[in-house]
Design a protein around this ligand. Structure first.
Ligand code: HEC
Ligand code: HEC
Ligand code: HEC
Ligand code: HEC
Length: 452
């Protein structure tokens, strides 16, 4: 008898050891009776808070500065070109601290040539940069003004801790054995809270855009295409979302009706989050599959992808809601759409060629504007070409004059390249254009060539 009681007590103790010690706190988040209550354990919350990593310090943002931009100073800057060189270097230091603190700059850069793109990590990092800017500027419906940085996901590691791959059917799947498809059930994995539900709800819901809502809109079986199987996939995703944010279902749902949107605003934030994650996986990560080396790919040959856990890591606001992004100009801007250049003017005695803001490169069709003029010069050996570079009135005068001069040199070199002798090409002083709409008028940034 004694022994049985002892065993019972021991058994109870073992059972309860997985439970959290009371008291827990509950916060009412909606009307009484709707079950909208958030139950938290203050001790686990304190523990989670204490476990937040120390954020690497890369100093305060540099003061806004005039003068040359990173694109003028460096050779191969495609995204961060608008930054001042000082801020650019701070951003590089931050990349190193956030993504590769032990490996350092060589993790992305070839020794001795920072402009070289031959390491895949640099190519990936540049795309990640575009992804981060896209999140911070286009998905404020989800990330608000808090935003994200590389650190939100990477936490000082080249490969973030929480990523997912498309699952391949394991060998013990019963497909084809006459026992039916187990739909990936009963394979305990932590990302869906060890539930017996389908364990890869991510491919259909966070890569593809399969519908998540599983409750039918009609009471009768007619036209009802919803099934319990579908609901199981939905529940599996919901488990992931709860685990990832460290919350229960009522953080987002009105328990009287899981279908209802009359509940906490968090459900709307989550709805946008799902769309944001789909875009990241589809438009940014998947296209990188050919860039990554094979050892980084999953069993189905796909890239590591993002889910809620990648940023949230167990808390309702990543890094406890710390707003880091605002201190990094390079991570919040989206490059303004470059206005299309006018077609070059191409006559036999006069050409006008147009240039991008801050650029002295003859882009696209522009070089063709010289063809007729070169033909004239080849036919009439006595004529001379006069080149005048124009610049806009925006920005600093000396830098603009320098730019206009460089543009004129580009055209001179193009003429020489086409076989015209150097002494038949004359350069005039750079000129500022009168007509100028806040420096954005492409007509202001031109080189005129006349043949006489
Ligand atoms: C996680 C990857 C990563 C790390 C680490 C990194 N960089 Fe970079 N670096 C880049 C990317 C991406 C670019 C291109 C940015 C662009 O196109 O806007 C770049 C460009 C540069 C350039 C411009 C080169 C040119 O001429 O085009 C310099 C200089 C540079 N990095 C220096 C550094 C230094 C110094 C460190 C170490 C403190 C460092 N980087 C660490 C990814 C990285
Ligand atoms: C939303 C989460 C997220 C953000 C934000 C993010 N990354 Fe990543 N990053 C990933 C994922 C997922 C991978 C793929 C993991 C892998 O390499 O297999 C990755 C891979 C990389 C890699 C390749 C590492 C390797 O060894 O294969 C580099 C480099 C990188 N990221 C740099 C950056 C930089 C720089 C930023 C900030 C501009 C950034 N990431 C922002 C999620 C993120
Ligand atoms: C972080 C917020 C969040 C959490 C936590 C959450 N859900 Fe959801 N849930 C949503 C959103 C958003 C949708 C709608 C998704 C969509 O349509 O894209 C949804 C949809 C559902 C649906 C489908 C409703 C319908 O209209 O058919 C069910 C059922 C559901 N959730 C159950 C749960 C359960 C059970 C839990 C707890 C294990 C849970 N949810 C946790 C945000 C959440
Ligand atoms: C790229 C990083 C990132 C990913 C991935 C991400 N989130 Fe978020 N999420 C954030 C940030 C940052 C905030 C904080 C916004 C703020 O301060 O209001 C946030 C806030 C939220 C909130 C509001 C929390 C609150 O306390 O009000 C919910 C709910 C949420 N996320 C759900 C999700 C779900 C569900 C997913 C996966 C489908 C997801 N998130 C994926 C970055 C992310």
């Amino acid at each position: 008898m004694m022994r049985r009681t002892l065993f019972t007590l021991l058994g109870l103790a073992a059972l309860l050891s997985a439970c959290e010690r009371p008291p827990v706190q509950s916060t009412q988040t909606g009307y009484r009776g709707t079950g909208m209550v958030q139950v938290d354990n203050p001790r686990s919350l304190a523990k989670a808070k204490a476990a937040l990593p120390a954020i690497p310090d890369v100093g305060p943002p540099s003061a806004p500065a005039d003068g040359p931009r990173a694109r003028d100073v460096y050779q191969n800057v495609k995204v961060l070109g608008d930054l001042s060189p000082v801020e650019f270097n701070r951003q590089m230091l931050a990349f190193q601290q956030w993504v590769a603190p032990t490996q350092g700059c060589p993790y992305c850069h070839v020794d001795g040539n920072f402009a070289d793109d031959s390491k895949y990590t640099k190519v990936v990092a540049r795309r990640m940069l575009e992804m981060t800017r896209n999140i911070n500027s286009r998905w404020t419906t989800h990330v608000a003004q808090t935003g994200v940085t590389c650190y939100t996901c990477h936490r000082g590691k080249p490969v973030p801790d929480n990523v997912w791959f498309t699952a391949v059917a394991p060998k013990n799947n019963r497909v084809g054995s006459g026992m039916g498809d187990d739909a990936g059930q009963n394979r305990a994995v932590p990302s869906i809270a060890w539930a017996s539900l389908p364990y890869d709800p991510f491919t259909p819901f966070l890569l593809q855009d399969e519908p998540i809502r599983a409750q039918t809109g009609t009471a009768l079986p007619t036209d009802n295409r919803m099934s319990i199987k579908q609901a199981e996939w939905t529940y599996s995703l919901m488990n992931h979302m709860s685990v990832a944010l460290g919350v229960n279902c009522t953080f987002c749902h009105n328990t009287q009706s899981f279908q209802s949107w009359q509940g906490p605003a968090q459900r709307v934030t989550a709805w946008h989050g799902i769309r944001m994650v789909r875009e990241m996986n589809k438009d940014y990560l998947t296209p990188l599959a050919a860039t990554f080396p094979p050892q980084r790919l999953g069993p189905a040959g796909d890239v590591a992808k993002v889910f809620c856990q990648t940023c949230h890591q167990g808390v309702n606001k990543p890094l406890g809601g710390l707003a880091m992004a605002k201190d990094f100009e390079g991570l919040v801007k989206v490059a303004a759409a470059v206005p299309a250049l006018p077609a070059p003017l191409a006559e036999d005695r006069r050409s006008v060629l147009y240039f991008d803001v801050g650029s002295a490169v003859l882009k696209g069709e522009q070089a063709k504007g010289l063809e007729l003029l070169v033909a004239t010069m080849a036919a009439e050996r006595r004529v001379v070409a006069t080149i005048s570079g124009y610049h806009s009135a925006a920005g600093t005068l000396t830098a603009n004059q320098e730019l206009a001069k460089k543009r004129a040199f580009t055209v001179r070199d193009a003429l020489i390249g086409a076989g015209i002798a150097q002494e038949r090409v004359r350069l005039e002083k750079p000129r500022q254009t009168e007509a100028n709409v806040a420096g954005e008028d492409p007509v202001a940034r031109r080189v005129e060539i006349t043949v006489r």
